[in-house]
Design a protein around this ligand. Sequence first.
Ligand SMILES: NC(=O)c1ccc[n+]([C@@H]2O[C@H](COP(=O)([O-])OP(=O)(O)OC[C@H]3O[C@@H](n4cnc5c(N)ncnc54)[C@H](OP(=O)(O)O)[C@@H]3O)[C@@H](O)[C@H]2O)c1
Length: 346
Amino acid sequence: MNVGQRLLCTSPAELPAFRIEAMPVPQPGKGQVVVRVEAAAVNPIDVKRAGGYGQRLLTLRGAGRFPLVLGNDIAGVVEAVGPAVTSWRPGDRVFGLVPTGKNGAYATHVAVDARWLRPFVAGHDAHALTAFPYTFTTLWQSLRKAGISEANARGCEVLVHGASGGLGRLAIQLLRRWGAIVTAICATQNVEVCKSLGATGVWDRKRQPLSGLPQCYDAALNFGAWQDEETLIAALKPGALGMATTVHPLLPNFDKHGWVGGAWRTRRDFQRVRALATAKGARYGWVVFKPEEEALDALHRLLSEGALKLPVGIAVPFANARQAFDHVAWQRPGRALLLPPVVCRR
Ligand SMILES: NC(=O)c1ccc[n+]([C@@H]2O[C@H](COP(=O)([O-])OP(=O)(O)OC[C@H]3O[C@@H](n4cnc5c(N)ncnc54)[C@H](OP(=O)(O)O)[C@@H]3O)[C@@H](O)[C@H]2O)c1
């Protein structure tokens, strides 16, 4: 038997506990590819899930019960392809998405649907590429929910909350490329980075309350904090395109209030806030990440054109996973990566 390894998050805790475990190298099923993973990313959702966040609802995807293999982003080399896969061959270098489920990205080998992979981009290595897929796909879905596209973005005033984070940085770069005028909301220490990425205006949330924002925006993206949702909607102008948020209470509602209470509160929260957006004529949506081919195609194209940057702040082996999780939890600059051990095949 060929033996690989995976990183298990053993139980929900504020200080995540990990164990490295041997596992059989997976066989690719129909439409699947087995990738030997060179790097996997740690996103804020992994840190939250390591603390027990989202357990109830994610159980529906087989992703709620500990021990968990976390992670949604990979870059590496194709080792084997399953029946009906024509797009990849062993030896191809790829990066892409692992859907949220029972088996995440933190393993030496991952079996993944061939549709969620894209070829390496010239000038980028595994580390650089792994930082993008989950975050870019979520951004792509956020823009669609907010009604913003390449076709209509030019000249639009877009407010981005959480602009200095991964989603926010990609939003600034893409929206600027599409000709939108971006106002970034961030903390004092991140003002310069938001400007350098192309934000026209920056609102320092530590120095100026968001309630002072002018009501002039065509669209808003909330990647910062749910408690600011209503204030951001208030900043939309009448007839605005829309607003999307990734920091909604869907998962915590079910964690805290159970199936019935969670469903009831989620409906109530969503409808209350959507009504505020609708009163402005704007569309409104909550984003729930899911793999998407269109987003991956767009990501590949934009990376090939050198249009996106997302620096890596730390890359550590599985044995030092806590360091990478702390890096994300403390919002240190740059994305965090985990590097699986290199295993010998027998
Ligand atoms: N729903 C989904 O499917 C989905 C998918 C991806 C991500 N997300 C969530 O979306 C959020 C952003 O993701 P990300 O990868 O961009 O995270 P990130 O890299 O950690 O960036 C988040 C940014 O939000 C700002 N922020 C932090 N705490 C804040 C607060 N209390 N009030 C206002 N702003 C605050 C910080 O910038 P400043 O301090 O400079 O303001 C930080 O840089 C995370 O919460 C993540 O879990 C959800």
